[in-house]
Each structure stands twice: as structure tokens, then as C-alpha cells.
Design a protein around this ligand. Structure first.
Ligand SMILES: [Zn+2]
Length: 314
């Protein structure tokens, strides 16, 4: 077995890592990386991490670098809106259980502002919605949604406190997650809520995972949040299971989804938008139809596409 000398970004362990595979990359920034497993906490991560400054520059143009520009395709937009509404409902549910009150929200990496849009439309008692976004392409839309935008967590006003911090599909991009979480939750009040969503071990079912650097599962996420001063930690799997994602779709399934998309682009949604458990509050039929095959509304027992974590700051 290959000996790896590194430090686990989650548990700090310095001995006992297993090499899993070479990192498949497009940008040379990631060329030296391997995907390794910490034998202590089971965290899986890229080693060595790319250069911090170069990574910052890469992330500043994230939508251009990684996603070929912000996608405005009708079905994609419907999916993104629906999946964010489901996240909002998830946080609301946890907050209700905790008897929490959420008035000031900080979202790290709000991107297109879909989580903010849904939260603000469902709650008229919000005092402030702040976003930290490195990609300036997103600013006009965020401002129009009602989000006050800063380009870095260091710029946040020191006298501002938050009841909720949202970090959705951001943490897996960071090379120093402990520092990152500390900076993002510095102004989160004790008793406040942290919501995180990341892909769950996506290297297992994707050809390329660039630019993801961290591959969480439930156990390391729990250890990570406990070490960062959080309690009442709840982690859950959502979406298609990794087992299903690894299986190649049959010819029938490929043809079916082509036919389905053909109809959806023509606003023929009724065969695909029947309400089911978990989708009750997604009122737009196209959004329901767009999100349904991805099962974001279903909590799974085994590792799946998305891992959600929600916790209370001590
Ligand atoms: Zn570890």
C-alpha cells in the first residue's frame, strides 16, 4: 500500500491514509492530486490540496470555469428552483423542531439566489438576508432578489449577527474546511442554525469531480461539525442512491428521458408532475416534474447524491 504523509482536514490525524485513485482533472491546478481516505475518521479528500491563491482565483470565476457559464435552460432553471425550495423546507422543518426563530440569514455562495428567493417569499419577518459571493456575475440578480452581497466573509459587518448560515454546494470546494467554517459562522449566534449541503462521495459515480476537493459522508461530517462547536447534528442522504447512479441507464431509460424532456420543453407537464410525498409544497408543475427523477425530496437510508447536515451552534 502506498504511504501517504498528510493531515486530515476533518480530524487532524497525521497517520493512516489510504490512496483511492488519481484525481481526474481538466485544469492543471489539480494535476498533482490524489483522492485519499483517512483511516481515522473516514473522510475522503484530495491530497495535496491545490495552491490556496490559485484556487481562490479559480473559484472567483467559478461559473465560467466549472459550469461553462450560468445555465439559463428552462428545465435546469426549474430543477434548481425546486431543489432549493426543498432545501428551504428542510431547514424550516428543523427550525420548527428546535423552536428557533430565524430573522437574519447569511448564505455563503448564494449563486443564482434561488434559496434566498424561496426563503424570502415564504417569510415576511426577515430582517436581513446577506450573501457572500465571489462571482460578480451573480450580483445584479442577488441584489434584485433582496440579498445584500459581500465578496468575502472578511468583509461582513462586525456588528451583525445571524440566526442561520446556509452553505450549499460550497464546502466541497474548500481546501481548508475548518478555517472556512470558522470564518463563515463567526457571527452565527449561539443557538443559531448551520445548514450544509454537499455532494456525497461524488467521485464514486462521476467521471470528473473537478473542482471538488472534499468528499463527505455522514461520519466525517458529524465529526467535523462536532469539532467546530456544533451540537444537535443531523445528517441525511437525499436524491438517487450512489448505487443507482453507478448503474448505466438502459436504452429504454435513455429514450424515456429524451421523450419526457421533449414534452416538458413544450409545457406538457401533467404525465410527470403528479404530487407525491415530499413534493406537496412544490406548487409549480414544471418544477415538480423537473426535480422528481432526481429524488431530492426523498431521504434515503444509503449514501446518495446529496448529503445534508444541519446543526446548532453551541
Ligand atoms: Zn480524518
Amino acid at each position: 500500500m502506498k504511504y501517504i504523509k498528510t493531515t486530515c482536514p476533518v480530524c487532524g490525524s497525521e497517520n493512516g491514509f489510504t490512496f483511492l485513485q488519481k484525481y481526474k482533472y481538466d485544469n492543471p491546478l489539480f494535476a498533482a492530486g490524489s483522492i485519499v481516505h483517512c483511516n481515522n475518521c473516514e473522510m475522503i479528500f484530495v491530497d495535496p490540496m491545490p495552491d490556496k491563491e490559485a484556487l481562490q482565483k479559480y473559484n472567483a470565476g467559478y461559473f465560467d470555469n466549472a459550469h461553462g457559464g450560468v445555465n439559463k435552460d428552462k428545465l435546469t432553471s426549474a430543477f434548481i428552483s425546486a431543489v432549493n425550495l426543498l432545501r428551504v423546507i428542510y431547514v424550516e422543518h428543523f427550525n420548527k423542531e428546535q423552536n428557533g426563530s430565524i430573522r437574519n440569514i447569511l448564505e455563503i455562495g448564494p449563486g443564482g439566489g434561488q434559496f434566498a428567493k424561496h426563503w424570502l417569499s415564504r417569510h415576511d419577518d426577515i430582517k436581513g438576508y446577506t450573501g457572500v459571493e465571489t462571482d460578480e456575475v451573480c450580483y445584479p440578480n442577488l441584489k434584485a432578489t433582496g440579498v445584500k452581497v459581500f465578496s468575502s466573509a472578511d468583509e461582513l459587518p462586525v456588528d451583525q449577527n445571524y440566526d442561520l448560515v446556509v452553505i450549499s454546494h460550497v464546502l466541497e470546494h474548500t481546501s481548508h474546511p475548518a478555517e472556512f467554517i470558522n470564518a463563515c459562522t463567526k457571527y452565527l449566534l449561539p443557538g443559531g442554525t448551520l445548514f450544509i449541503e454537499v455532494p456525497c462521495k461524488d467521485f464514486e459515480h462521476k467521471g470528473s469531480v473537478e473542482p471538488h476537493l472534499l468528499f463527505f459522508d455522514k461520519k466525517p461530517m458529524n465529526i467535523f461539525l462536532a469539532r467546530r462547536g456544533f451540537e444537535k447534528i443531523h445528517t441525511s442522504y437525499h436524491g438517487n442512491t450512489i448505487k443507482d447512479l453507478k448503474a448505466k441507464p438502459s436504452l429504454f431509460n435513455k429514450l424515456y428521458s429524451k421523450w419526457r424532456n421533449f414534452l416538458l420543453y413544450r409545457n406538457i407537464t401533467f404525465p410527470f408532475s403528479i404530487k407525491e410525498h415530499g413534493l406537496e409544497e412544490v406548487s409549480d408543475p414544471l418544477e415538480r416534474a423537473a426535480v422528481k427523477p432526481f429524488k431530492a425530496h426523498i431521504e434515503q437510508d444509503e449514501p446518495s447524491w446529496w448529503l445534508r447536515a444541519i446543526a446548532i451552534k453551541k
